[in-house]
Design a protein around this ligand. Structure first.
Ligand code: NAD
Length: 396
């Protein structure tokens, strides 16, 4: 099959196995180039196949020599469709782990379900006995409640009043205005059910009950706060409510883990291009401007740089960096720097369709987006036939 990108709205419906493998290899090389650090031994990553979860799995294994079990929800290829990029990423990760003699097992299925939690518990008990780090990095549009079967759908809406603001169609290169109607109470409740902390707590409760967490266990989930420009749609919108719930869950979990001297932490990450962030109105334009400013200042980072800093500055540092007043780790420190935000705020009102390419890094945004699906990778010939059927030994 010759595999080329097929963009539909804010997703790409194809993925390139070799390009995805290259993307994973580059992240592994980044971590290897930084050198080993003393970190976790046995790690469970829930949402391991793309974005921040993938970077967490890579940093734990190739930075700290950890054994990794990864949970993800990806599509395998068939005769008409390629697999989803996370599948190819995990296949490449598995192969790199095997070559370098590391332990990796993957579970492909719905992490919100009791069945997948049970499978993960059995695997931990059999192979690792206990885990000392649990990364919770799910981003999902929906969740089926494991007890009631109710289906929750998350939304990205403002709360209280409609929001009108600028956004970009990065592929058409058009800056336009969008108006998004405010969320209903049901929208808020559903978004909190999908992206809040309820499922994280269920995972931790279950692992604790099954005696699968080791002394000093840490668990981390990721959040975003962002600047005023995005507050109506993010921090003060439905997703922001879910993130408040996530933080309250962390504080609650820390108490539950006290007996193990454990801790639950929410880490605030910077805005990066992932499948999850591409779906949020306004954010792609904000990221395009932010990238321009941060690249000019030599501060640009992607998922892997962010997670490497999280592990080495906060989670496993001999003298961990200080949390903020609310107890968050702040990996968005460079994004939120006054000089960075002042530059973004001054560019924001000036950007139009005509000057988009000059005033923003929309090119960098698009490039990162293609790379999520294994396209635009140097050294890959996209006109050549490639087999989309990639198997993973550790995933049945
Ligand atoms: P992503 O879309 O790249 O990754 C999501 C992961 O969740 C994938 O591994 C996917 O397979 C998995 N997943 C989704 N539904 C699942 C299910 N039902 N069962 C099992 N696995 C499932 O997302 P991301 O951007 O890396 O987001 C991860 C976390 O980081 C989220 O909490 C997000 O809010 C947060 N975050 C993202 C950004 C950003 O700019 N992208 C910034 C700060 C924080």
């Amino acid at each position: 099959m010759i595999i080329q990108p097929k963009i539909r709205g804010f997703i790409c419906t194809t993925a390139h196995p070799e390009g995805c493998a290259k993307n994973v290899t580059e992240q592994v090389d980044y971590v290897a180039g930084k050198g080993r650090f003393s970190g976790p031994k046995n790690v469970l990553v829930i949402g391991a196949s793309t974005g921040y979860g993938l970077a967490s799995a890579i940093t734990a294994m190739f930075g700290a020599n950890a054994n990794v079990i990864g949970i993800f929800f990806e599509k395998v290829a068939d005769d008409k469709r390629t697999a989803s990029p996370g599948w190819y990423n995990m296949a490449a990760f598995e192969e790199l782990a095997r070559r370098q003699g590391h332990y990796f097992k993957g579970i492909n299925g719905d992490a919100f379900s009791n069945e997948i939690k049970k499978q993960a518990a059995e695997l931990i008990r059999r192979d690792l006995k206990q885990v000392d780090l649990v990364i919770y990095s799910l981003a999902s549009p929906r969740r089926i409640h494991p007890e009631t079967g109710e289906i929750f759908t998350s939304s990205l809406k403002p709360i209280g009043k409609p929001f009108t603001g600028k956004t970009v169609d990065a592929f058409k290169g058009e800056v336009k205005e969008v108006t998004i109607e405010p969320a209903t109470e049901k929208d808020i409740e559903h978004t909190v059910a999908v992206m809040g902390g309820d499922d994280w707590e269920r995972w931790m409760d279950y692992l604790l009950q099954e005696n699968l967490l080791s002394n000093g266990v840490k668990t981390v989930a990721y959040s975003y706060l962002g600047p005023q420009l995005t507050h109506a749609i993010y921090k003060e919108g439905t997703i922001g409510r879910a993130k408040v719930h996530l933080k309250a869950t962390a504080d609650h979990l820390t108490k539950k883990l006290a007996g193990l001297h454990g801790e639950a932490l929410v880490s605030v990450q910077k805005a990066v291009v992932t499948q999850a962030s591409a779906a949020i109105p306004v954010v792609p334009l904000y990221i395009s401007i932010l990238f321009k400013v941060m690249k000019e200042k030599g501060l640009h980072e992607g998922c892997i740089e962010q997670i490497y800093r999280l592990f080495t500055m906060y989670l496993y540092a001999s003298q961990p960096a200080k949390r903020d007043g609310e107890g968050y780790a702040r990996l968005d420190d460079w994004e939120m720097r006054d000089d960075v935000q002042a530059a973004v705020t001054s560019l924001w009102p000036q950007v139009t369709t005509e000057n988009l390419a000059a005033l923003t890094d929309v090119e960098g945004y698009r490039n990162d987006f293609y790379r999520l699906f294994g396209f635009n990778m140097e050294g890959i010939n996209y006109d050549q036939e490639v087999d989309p059927m990639v198997e993973m030994e550790s995933v049945k």
